[in-house]
Design a protein around this ligand. Structure first.
Ligand SMILES: [Zn+2]
Length: 234
């Protein structure tokens, strides 16, 4: 094997390990983001429920006041009833009392419905708050684990990468750049074997001429089809 290709193969070995460790890291980050989104959604639900409860409580107080006002009104009308002398006015006040009582009945009905609604909203808020607390607790545990995994993987990456500099320092810059481009665009496989005259990167035939050059070990040979840097497997 051409000595530069041999070095590139070792570099590729390092880069593949790093890529695999990075994928681990990325999946930890993706999982973190997924969980954070879930918590944000649960918090939003909780806030919405809370807003609904506050509005309903306000409505219930408003309703109570309106009932109180109706009671006061009826009392006032009752008092007036005792002071009027003429029958038409008497009838008019009776009619008014009837109307206020009817309105009060509707308010009371609405109040009862409001109470039921409040119970439901309180139960909903309890559930939303419980779900949020549970998810936050799970997330804190996950985060500890994720942090540990992250620093482990980062240390692994640093360890694996440590020798890369030594491997690349004597390589021609252009060859290294070509390798790096290929590694990026050819599925982390820039240097690949030829087996039985077949490029193992793209499975096309390698011309006899190129096989002969590979055997000669004095030239860097690339696949005419996928451009990967080749070496002879046997
Ligand atoms: Zn190829």
């Amino acid at each position: 094997m051409h000595p530069d290709v041999q070095k590139l193969l070792a570099v590729q070995n390092v880069d593949q390990k790093v890529a695999s460790l990075r994928r681990d890291l990325d999946s930890v980050l993706a999982e973190t983001a997924r969980r954070e989104k879930k918590i944000a959604d649960l918090r939003k639900t909780y806030e919405t429920r809370r807003g609904e409860l506050l509005a309903a409580e306000l409505e219930a107080r408003r309703n109570e006041k309106a009932i109180q006002a109706a009671d006061d009104e009826v009392k006032k009308l009752d008092t007036r009833l005792n002071t009027v002398k003429n029958n038409a006015e008497y009838q008019a006040i009776l009619f008014q009392i009837e109307a206020v009582k009817k309105e009060r009945g509707q308010l009371e009905e609405a109040g009862l419905q409001g109470m039921e609604n409040l119970d439901k909203l309180r139960a909903g808020i309890d559930q939303a708050s419980r779900l949020l607390a549970e998810e936050e607790k799970t997330f804190r545990e996950f985060q500890k684990e994720a942090e540990r995994l992250k620093s482990e993987r980062e240390a692994d990456i640093a360890k694996v990468r440590a020798g890369r500099q030594d491997l690349t320092k004597d390589l021609p810059k252009e060859l290294l750049a070509r390798y790096e481009r290929l590694f990026q665009h050819r599925d982390s496989l820039a240097v690949c074997a030829v087996e039985g005259q077949i490029c193992q990167g793209c499975y096309t035939n390698v011309p006899v001429n190129d096989v002969a050059r590979l055997m000669g070990k004095s030239a860097v040979v690339v696949c005419g089809s996928c451009q990967r840097i080749l070496y002879l497997a046997h």
